[in-house]
Ligand binder design. Structure first.
Ligand code: GUN
Length: 292
């Protein structure tokens, strides 16, 4: 049976470390990291995420600035708010919750965020930096995934990795991070031929397609490490719902060497990495080294 990679415990440790460093930053430099989260509209899932981000930001000792805008907010008004946050010295991270309403162009909004406050790592400059292996801000979910992989496996160099899914938020940056760790990387997607065989070659499988339980146990090479990024709500036979990943956990845990569960795997790492990025940028914007 596979070792369960406990993202809940890992993220709790990471958040405690961040809180410790924030306390040092406040004490020694009078700087309190600040994260602004912008939510447009009332998407229920987004509201849950935003609440959770705000709570954990405050628990880490940082300032949380929440901006909740009406669903009918114009793109011009949203850009004006971002401009204000870009120029606010108390704000070190800006996150605009996605998806945005249809009348707003997401790319224009994301690229209007100051590169050094783009704690999601979605700005074209940060995407470009990651793709050439330069220093920049790394998207939170892939960052959390690579942290867990390195913690579990140590050196990743030379390992065969497959990323199933090619989204801009997870699949592509994940592949770039694995490449930076000197893995041999395959990116699979909906047009990939014989996906099960491609997966079976991999020492590391990262599933990020958003299809419930798509990756089966017999697609996994015995002993491989499986990172399940999926969070899918599915209906059970009795009509109630439960969360499942993109990997069929029951069959996969019998074959894998290690696997992240859903919930309690990658999920909690995402917000912890958001706080990590905010702390890094608060230091950078103030010309201070991140406390040891
Ligand atoms: N919506 C779903 N995931 C994310 C994320 O990581 N960042 C932002 N800004 N919005 C999201």
């Amino acid at each position: 049976m596979a070792t369960i990679i406990d993202g809940k415990a890992f993220s709790a440790n990471l958040r405690a470390e961040i809180a410790r460093k924030v306390a040092i930053l406040k004490q020694n430099h009078s700087v309190t990291p600040g994260l602004a989260v912008v939510l447009v509209g009332e998407d229920p899932a987004s509201q849950v995420y935003v609440r959770s981000k705000g709570k954990q930001t405050v628990e880490a000792g940082m300032n949380s600035y929440e901006h909740k805008l009406d669903v009918g907010t114009s793109q011009a008004d949203l850009l004006a708010l971002i401009d204000q946050l870009n120029n606010d010295p108390d704000v070190h991270g800006i996150l605009v919750q996605l998806p945005l309403p249809k009348h707003i162009d997401e790319e224009s909004v994301i690229n209007s965020i100051s590169v050094d406050k783009d704690v999601d790592g979605f700005h074209l400059s940060n995407v470009g930096r990651l793709s050439i292996g330069a220093e920049g801000i790394v998207p939170c979910t892939p960052l959390g995934s690579i942290m867990m992989l390195k913690d579990h496996l140590g050196d990743l160099s030379g390992k065969r990795a497959i990323v199933v899914g090619r989204s801009n938020i997870v699949g592509k940056p994940m592949a770039a991070l694995l490449l930076a760790e000197s893995c041999t990387v395959t990116i699979a997607h909906s047009r990939t031929q014989d996906l099960p065989s491609e997966c079976r070659r991999a020492d590391i499988v990262v599933a990020a397609v958003g299809r419930p339980e798509m990756v089966k146990g017999d697609w996994i090479k015995p002993g491989a490490t499986v990172i399940d990024v999926g969070i899918n709500r599915v209906e059970k036979e009795d009509g109630s719902t439960k969360l499942v990943g993109d990997v069929e956990f029951e069959s996969a845990e019998k074959v894998a060497g290690a696997i992240t569960p859903v919930p309690g795997g990658v999920g909690p790492m995402t917000i912890a990495c958001l706080l990590h990025n905010t702390l890094q940028q608060a230091c950078r914007l103030n010309g201070i080294d991140v406390p040891e």
